[in-house]
Design a protein around this ligand. Structure first.
Ligand SMILES: NC(=O)c1ccc[n+]([C@@H]2O[C@H](COP(=O)([O-])OP(=O)(O)OC[C@H]3O[C@@H](n4cnc5c(N)ncnc54)[C@H](OP(=O)(O)O)[C@@H]3O)[C@@H](O)[C@H]2O)c1
Length: 308
């Protein structure tokens, strides 16, 4: 692969979708503990356009994308347990490219029953697990409200909370009410029909995947001492104290969480849903714009990059 060049999306300047440039770059150099994967699909997440817009800093230039699925095409000399031809997925940093080097620590074997497109979306499940269990310590019998129950993180959170034996309430648009109920929510609130606060009884935990005024309003639906977890805004601690509830930032991810979520996927205990597939690197801008528009989500957005 030496001296070969491959297509990749790169961002040289923070800004709008026009900053997503399709360029030819050298094949990345493999480190000892890494594999080179041919990227088949990349998950498209809100963080992709937030970083591109400069909302979060990243050294420039960079290749967008935080997760993907593909096929191992070369193996570092210190790698054991993975070989050329293996189908894998995981935290692929810079996944809007045709080939990427990835540490084996953050890669998992793709179960044969799961498509590359589905496997490329599992970062949402890791976020959901981290917020619900690593941060929230959710246990059987608790009542939880999941905001954005049809979205990329929310649709995993509803499944995980239901599987844990929680009583799940979720918010969604009218078009997604049946989908979220099917995932395991006992009550699904149409948040556009009336304020969610007026449509439910108090809960032990709220998972906020929406932000804005939803974060503060969520404090009103918690039981005394209940916990507000946000993966979008850091909730105002003074406001939480005044409301007699607790609040915490839920954006945590550990290797142990990644392994747990992989086991659930492998056993078929959690299902990724793909909202829409964009079909080549040249559609990267359209995919990010679709993500930013909010879509009308039923799961996650995928950028299909390579063929198998
Ligand atoms: N901190 C972290 O580690 C981390 C990780 C991942 C994501 N995030 C953040 O979490 C947020 C959600 O990510 P995502 O991937 O789940 O996004 P997404 O796939 O776009 O889903 C967001 C969902 O929110 C729903 N929604 C919009 N406005 C709402 C409202 N007012 N009330 C209730 N639901 C509403 C929409 O549902 P309907 O279509 O049903 O209206 C949409 O499906 C983003 O801001 C992202 O950056 C943080």
């Amino acid at each position: 692969m030496k001296n070969l060049h491959i297509p990749a999306i790169r961002v040289h300047t923070y800004g709008g979708p026009e900053q997503l440039l399709l360029e030819e770059i050298p094949v990345p150099v493999l480190a000892k503990d890494e594999v080179l994967i041919k990227v088949v699909a990349s998950g498209v997440n809100p963080i992709d356009w937030k970083v591109r817009e400069g909302f979060m800093q990243h050294p420039l230039p960079y290749i967008p994308g935080v997760e993907g699925a593909g096929i191992v095409t070369a193996v570092g000399e210190g790698v054991y347990g993975l070989k050329i031809g293996d189908e894998v997925y995981g935290s692929v940093d810079g996944s809007y490219t045709t080939y990427a080097t990835v540490s084996t620590e953050v890669l998992f074997r793709k179960p044969p029953t799961v498509s590359f497109e589905e496997a490329a979306t599992m970062a949402g499940a890791r976020t959901a697990w981290g917020a619900l269990f690593d941060v929230g310590r959710l246990v059987k019998g608790q009542r939880i409200l999941v905001h954005g129950g049809a979205g990329g993180v929310g649709h995993f959170a509803v499944q995980l909370a239901y599987n844990a034996g929680a009583y799940v309430i979720a918010t969604a648009s009218e078009a997604n009410l049946d989908f979220v109920a099917m995932l395991g929510a006992s009550e699904v609130i149409d948040y556009k029909a009336a304020p969610f606060e007026t449509q439910m009884d108090p809960v032990d935990i709220v998972l906020d995947t929406v932000g804005g005024d939803v974060t503060a309003r969520s404090m009103k639906v918690l039981k005394p001492g209940g916990l507000l977890i946000s993966i979008v805004n850091m909730p105002d601690p003074a406001m939480a104290e005044a409301a007699g509830v607790r609040s915490v930032w839920g954006g945590t991810k550990t290797l142990a969480t990644m392994k747990t979520v992989h086991e659930l996927l492998d056993k078929g205990l959690i299902k990724p849903y793909v909202r829409r597939v964009f079909h080549s690197l040249s559609e990267a801008a359209a995919a990010q714009e679709y993500s930013k528009s909010g879509g009308s989500g039923r799961g996650k957005i995928v950028l299909k990059i390579g063929e198998i």
